[in-house]
Design a protein around this ligand. Structure first.
Ligand code: IPE
Ligand code: IPE
Ligand code: MG
Length: 241
């Protein structure tokens, strides 16, 4: 194999569960929000590394449907951070050729944040270098439930016949409908669970659970994981020829 990062077998779609911000801050005797701020700063380097690694799609888990269970102070701090992040990064992302999309349920988000999300999506809609998807108030089960509701409505109103529902139909109702399935899912911070992330889409993804806390994650580590991915044998249930 040539010694370059751009191996043809590298992952085209990488999804990351950005975990460990709280522990990173705790280790420094700082409030959890300090960890979230440090974590948000890591995203830019990772996005910028994507073209060189052949990654066309990057999806990051920023806030889960379960994260509302945290203290009001932490939730409000995170929502504030998301607003500031969008304002601060819009110009850079637009100029860098990044197309940004958000997945997740918007109903619980405040209208100012929703406006900023809409504006960022619109500003970057013609970009195509890297497709960055930010999962915000996202839960895999919630996504499947919302998709099923829309599908059921189409059946009830005669636009879809029950006998035509198959594995190709449901994903067209998911938030990720325009994205390919992730090839590689990375979770930082040492936890070996998926915490409700991309349940349907990651059925055949390769997983990497690494000990690094998200604020310490670097593009060098991403490159190492991409190389390791290139050496994996993905069989999708078949026997290799
Ligand atoms: C991930 O870091 C960020 C969010 C879930 C919003 P955590 O806040 O979960 O950090 P730990 O797991 O407590 O260290
Ligand atoms: C998953 O991390 C969600 C995000 C990274 C946004 P959590 O820290 O919320 O997951 P659990 O609670 O450890 O499963
Ligand atoms: Mg966590």
């Amino acid at each position: 194999m040539p010694d370059t990062a751009q191996t043809p077998k590298g992952p085209r779609h990488v999804a990351i569960i950005m975990d460990g911000n709280g522990r990173w801050a705790q280790a420094r005797k700082r409030p959890r929000l300090f960890g979230h701020q440090a974590g948000a700063k890591r995203v830019r380097e990772v996005v910028e590394a994507c073209p060189g690694l052949g990654i066309k799609y990057l999806t990051v888990f920023a806030f889960s449907t379960e994260n509302w269970k945290r203290t009001q102070v932490e939730v409000a701090g995170l929502m504030n951070l998301f607003r500031r992040y969008i304002v601060k990064e819009t110009r850079n992302l637009t100029q860098a050729g990044v197309r940004v999309r958000f997945i997740g349920d918007r109903v619980r988000l405040d209208s100012k944040l929703i406006d900023l999300m809409d504006t960022l999506e619109a500003a970057t809609q013609h970009n195509d270098l890297v497709h960055l998807t930010i999962a915000l108030n996202y839960g895999g089960r919630d996504e499947v439930a919302r998709a099923t509701k829309r599908l059921a409505r189409d059946v009830a109103e005669g636009r879809l016949r029950p006998e035509d529902v198959d594995e190709e139909t449901l994903p067209k109702y998911l938030d990720t409908r325009v994205l390919p399935d992730p090839d590689l899912v990375i979770r930082t911070s040492g936890e070996a669970r998926i915490s409700n992330f991309l349940l349907w889409q990651s059925a055949y993804s390769e997983y990497e659970f690494i000990d690094t806390l998200w604020p310490d994650f670097t593009s060098a580590e991403l490159e190492r994981l991409c190389r390791s991915f290139g050496r994996r044998d993905r069989r999708f249930g078949a026997v290799p020829a």
